[in-house]
Design a protein around this ligand. Structure first.
Ligand SMILES: [Fe+2]
Length: 318
């Protein structure tokens, strides 16, 4: 049998019984997207539970918890298990707890994050991950899909993996709908953004700083080009890779229940929020965290460019 026919299977399943004593991860795909049983998020975590939750995020890349009522403090406490809580990224913040961002979609604000991306990959140090809780969900629709970048990379042929390991790529918000959003806030905001958030370079194959896994780190929303090759080669390789990561073997699509919770690793996954529920309402509370031992680069992208509190006529769209 050709090797490529086996390539989408993982070489070895993670030994859950052996590795986990205090929580019970139930992966939905081989080594990916685990539902976590046995944790009450409303009570303080023991050190042992904390360590296993952290390990589970490295192992399974996206975690899900059953619906439960969380206070803002408990939401922040859960995020702090995985890394230092960031000051938010780009969405409006909750008045009482500015580290919590609130993303509301309804009849007047249609969903607009229906494209594959890794959050803020256009920063030198993108966030390590996010904990979201959906306090209101549509009757049907509004799922979120995550794709595993470790599985996607491992399934490529050995020759292509070697080739990609030697490459860097340029990421910028300017290729995304974020540009229209900022432009709509005013010329000054757009110019500030161009000055402040210049394109950055990341390796095409990122070695995860905490798990050591090799990850494909390009996404169709923010990756502008592969550096050091012709425009044609860059375009066609990016086209191959961004199609490659969308294969169903690498993707788990989560159906939400009200108050359900998810945590994702922003390095080892990309996500896509399905936009199929307008005009129904969906309310998402987000807390972002940075990598352990690494401070975040910025406070809030909109605040940094003078766009916080200005209302745009166009949706976020990125
Ligand atoms: Fe996102």
């Amino acid at each position: 049998m050709s090797d490529y026919k086996k390539a989408k299977s993982v070489e070895q399943l993670i030994p859950i019984e052996e590795r986990y004593r205090h929580i019970r991860p139930r992966p939905q795909l081989p080594n990916f997207a685990a539902h976590i049983d046995g944790v009450d998020l409303t009570r303080p975590f023991s050190d042992a539970v904390r360590a296993e939750l952290y390990q589970a995020l490295l192992d399974f890349e996206v975690l899900f918890f059953a619906p439960q009522e969380l206070t803002p403090e408990q939401h922040l406490e859960l995020a702090a298990v995985f890394g230092p809580v960031a000051q938010g990224a780009y969405f409006p913040r909750k008045d009482s707890h500015p580290q919590i961002e609130v993303l509301a979609t309804d009849a007047d604000h249609p969903a607009s994050v229906d494209h594959w991306h890794s959050d803020l990959s256009w920063l030198e140090n993108p966030p390590a991950g996010t904990v979201i809780q959906l306090t209101e969900v549509p009757e049907v629709g509004g799922d979120t899909a995550w794709a595993s970048m470790s599985k996607a990379f491992a399934a490529l042929s050995p020759g292509l993996r070697d080739y990609l390991r030697g490459l860097d790529a340029t990421h910028t918000w300017e290729t995304s709908q974020w540009r229209n959003y900022l432009a709509n806030l005013g010329e000054e905001v757009l110019i500030n953004s161009i000055r402040q958030f210049k394109p950055v370079v990341h390796p095409v194959v990122l070695k995860h700083p905490e798990s050591g896994k090799e990850l494909l780190f390009v996404n169709e929303t923010f990756t502008r080009q592969i550096n050091g090759v012709s425009a044609l080669e860059s375009r066609e390789i990016l086209r191959l890779l961004t199609s490659w990561v969308k294969q169903p073997e690498f993707i788990y699509t989560h159906k939400w229940q009200a108050n359900g919770i998810a945590v994702w690793d922003n390095r080892s996954t990309q996500h896509y929020a399905l936009a199929d529920y307008w005009p129904q309402r969906r309310l998402n509370h987000r807390v972002t965290f940075n990598a352990r031992g690494r401070a975040g680069e910025i406070d809030n992208t909109l605040a940094a460019v003078g766009g916080l509190g200005v209302t745009s006529k166009v949706a976020y769209g990125y």
